[in-house]
Design a protein around this ligand. Structure first.
Ligand code: PEP
Ligand code: MN
Length: 361
């Protein structure tokens, strides 16, 4: 990917920054798509129209996209608004259909980037084709896997490549739907400064109230663009209803964003210390998530004990537990004192929580 700079996409080299991609998570009906596109056009804040035609769903049974019949609607939306269009492709057949219907830009979704077979299938279908391709980060925080997808597309001669940062999956209580782990896209930008990096606050947040902050953060980190899901009736969207916003809310949001003057500016260099701090913050977030989950179970146990007339404190179980963690802690270089203090604190909180249950809080 060394000479990508020379071959950068025309739609990305235009002077305007950021490049803003907006449109519904899923194309649902012709009317929904056209209305969304027209209202996005009216905001003057959007450059490219997105639409999900085939939806990769975590579980079967949810809306899986209208399929190929939505492609002529994308073409019509383009005709009416002038927006270039972009659609997610997950296999060769999708690529062929998008090319047939004149889709301008393809994107590879997070659930596809994780799978080198699928990425290779798409790459093979694109051999000799001149079309820009945006590649979302894989669901898991694996920079090499993300880079691998670029290498596969680069190897078949795709000249116009862009990256989309949509956050990374994690378990536990969620603030974000997909945790941003900004140090990963930043590292990508440092390694490949010629590849435009677009943030997808919609899939990072999974909710509306923090979209603006996350979008702003991406702008502050000198990202090249934004992809934001917008729907004429977000609450009734057939997919990702919680994170979509109307075109007007989208317009206001982008208008309010503070953009850096210096778009030629360097990606802010993250010192190793900043990277370590970010990693620690992610781990601390996990610790608090895990402790909250633990306390939820503690509460369930509290209810059970209350219903069955059992005592809260059961000394034998606890002593056994401490022995176990002293052993594991020792193996990993953690002192006895630390393990005892840590578990004493956890234990205190658990007992307090169960006490409130016994008191019938
Ligand atoms: C989408 O853009 O609607 C989508 C499915 O995103 P992701 O691949 O990031 O989950
Ligand atoms: Mn979506």
């Amino acid at each position: 990917m060394t000479d990508t700079k020379k071959r950068q996409a025309t739609w990305l080299t235009k002077e305007k920054r950021p490049i803003v991609i907006a449109g519904p998570c899923s194309v649902e009906t012709e009317e929904q798509l056209i209305d969304t596109a027209k209202r996005l056009k009216a905001t003057g804040k959007s450059d490219i129209l997105r639409g999900g035609i085939w939806k990769p769903r975590t579980r079967p049974g949810s809306f899986e996209g209208v399929g190929a019949k939505g492609l002529p609607w994308m073409a019509k939306a383009k005709e009416l608004t002038g927006f270039p269009t972009t659609v997610e492709v997950a296999k060769a057949r999708h690529v062929d259909l998008c090319l047939e219907f004149g889709i301008d830009i393809l994107w590879i979704g997070a659930r596809t980037t994780v799978n080198p077979f699928a990425v290779q299938e798409i790459a093979d279908a694109l051999r000799g084709v001149d079309i820009p391709v945006l590649i979302k980060n894989p669901i898991n925080p694996d920079l090499a896997l993300w880079k691998g997808a670029f290498e596969r597309l680069d190897a078949v001669g795709i000249k116009e490549l862009g990256a989309i940062h949509r956050g990374f999956s994690y378990s536990g209580e969620k603030y974000y739907r997909n945790r941003p782990q900004w140090q990963i896209p930043i590292q990508f930008m440092q390694e490949f400064p010629e590849i435009p990096m677009i943030a997808d606050p919609s899939h990072i947040c999974g909710r509306r109230d923090i979209l603006q902050d996350v979008g702003q953060k991406a702008m502050d980190l000198d990202f090249d663009g934004l992809m934001i899901e917008s729907h004429i009736d977000p609450d009734n969207a057939w997919s990702d209803a919680k994170q979509q916003i109307t075109p007007e809310v989208f317009g206001a949001m982008v208008t309010e964003m503070v953009l850096r003057e210096d778009y030629e500016g360097e990606v802010p260099i993250q010192t190793p210390l900043q990277q370590f701090r970010e990693e620690i913050k992610n781990i601390d977030d996990d610790i608090v998530d895990l402790l909250s989950n633990r306390m939820k179970i503690v509460n369930d146990i509290g209810k059970y004990k209350k219903d069955n007339n059992m005592t809260i404190y059961q000394n034998k179980t606890w002593t056994k537990k401490i022995q176990r963690y002293l052993k594991i802690g020792n193996r990993n270089g953690l002192s006895d004192e630390f393990i005892r203090k840590l578990f004493a604190a956890i234990h205190d909180e658990s007992i307090n929580q169960q006490n409130s249950i016994f008191k019938g809080r």
